[in-house]
Design a protein around this ligand. Structure first.
Ligand code: DAH
Length: 350
């Protein structure tokens, strides 16, 4: 009866493994183990020769039953997993468009600022910055705007209540403002460095403007300052003309118009010829053929007294430009508010 025992044992073993056929790999292993040509069932069939004649019918019957049982379990496990596969395949719709990865980019103001930094870095300017909440002294007084002087009317100012210990205490006597321009950083740089100094100073500025297509309560400027021995207005003109060509293209022409700023003497405003209409007159240049890009001048010697420079020893130039304005000209944008709406339909264009 040894053979019948072996058959019973194998049936038990196979039975225990049926529940584990839950992957294509497990099913194939099951098949190899029991049903393949050298599998355990084939080995038992091989042994039938050795069984005594009178036992053969019983052994053969039992072995055939076992094979039928194993085969049908194998087939049904195979079916089950094939059905499952085709169901999941039906659930994945390969024609659905893929999910788009959104690639971010720099804001057009940052792009313009980066370009300006690159141009001035290339000709030896370093970069400095100062606080957005500035004291009255650095924003106005040391730039030659005396208290109550009408020149202050040019910049509608947000005044800030001094409070807490976070603001620079040294010049708090006249209070604080949200800086109306970056020019105050000129004073900070000169206070902290002996001449020569050659830096640009980018930063955010604030004015109490009625918000419109052309004015916003917050904007960006880049200030420039070069102080050394024997710096001339000719160098200022050369530097600004070079800058304009780098930013707007080599064909651009610059024009210096006399102007006034309390902290420069003489002062000028700089225009480039309108690259939109080529100078013949259009809406953007208001039919003048010229576009204003910045203010500049020779540093007023009075400023050197505030920072402890010897006004007989040094001379220098300064300039300041609005980044929004430059970006609007570069890209043909007609409303400054678009920069701050954060509307992707606008931002995606740059
Ligand atoms: N601070 C001036 C403004 O906001 C711009 C300016 C003009 C800056 C002339 C300068 C300069 O450095 O020399 O209107």
């Amino acid at each position: 009866m040894a053979m019948l025992d072996e058959i019973a044992k194998l049936k038990e073993e196979a039975n225990a493994e049926i529940g584990q056929m839950n992957s294509a790999e497990a099913i194939e292993n099951f098949r190899l183990k029991y049903l393949s040509r050298r599998g355990l069932l084939a080995q038992l069939f091989e042994k039938i020769k050795e069984v005594p004649k009178e036992e053969k019918p019983a052994v053969g019957k039992s072995l055939n039953e076992l094979r039928a049982f194993v085969e049908s379990e194998f087939e049904s496990a195979k079916k089950k997993i094939e059905n499952h596969d085709s169901q999941t395949r039906a659930m994945i719709d390969l024609t659905v468009p893929g999910r788009k990865r959104y690639v971010g980019r720099k804001h057009p103001i940052t792009q313009t600022l980066d370009e300006i930094k690159k141009i001035f870095s290339g000709i030896g300017f370093g970069i400095a910055d100062g606080p957005d909440i500035e004291d009255d002294y650095h924003n106005f007084e040391a730039l030659n705007f005396p208290p109550d002087h009408p020149a202050r009317d040019m910049q509608d100012t947000f005044f800030v209540e001094a409070g807490g210990g976070k603001l620079a205490p040294e010049r708090s006597d006249r209070g604080y403002v949200l800086r109306t321009h970056t020019s105050g950083v000129q004073i900070r740089v000169m206070e902290q460095n002996k001449p020569p100094v050659r830096v640009i100073m980018p930063g955010r500025c604030y004015r109490n403007e009625a918000i419109s297509a052309r004015a916003y309560c917050m904007f960006h400027q880049v200030e420039g300052l070069y102080v050394d021995k024997n710096v001339t207005f000719g160098e200022l003109k050369g530097t600004i003309s070079y800058f304009a060509k780098e930013l707007f293209g080599t064909n651009v022409k610059t024009r210096f118009r006399p102007s006034f700023f309390p902290f420069t003497e003489p002062s000028a405003e700089v225009d480039v010829n309108c690259f939109i209409c080529g100078g013949t007159g259009c809406r953007v240049c208001k039919h003048s053929g010229w576009l204003e890009i910045l203010g500049c001048g020779m540093v007023d010697p009075n400023l050197y007294k505030f920072v402890g420079y010897d006004e007989r020893e040094v001379s220098g130039y300064a300039f300041g430009m609005g980044i929004e304005r430059l970006a609007m000209l570069r890209y043909g944008i007609d409303d400054i508010r678009l920069f701050f709406d954060n509307d992707l339909r606008f931002l995606n264009q740059f």
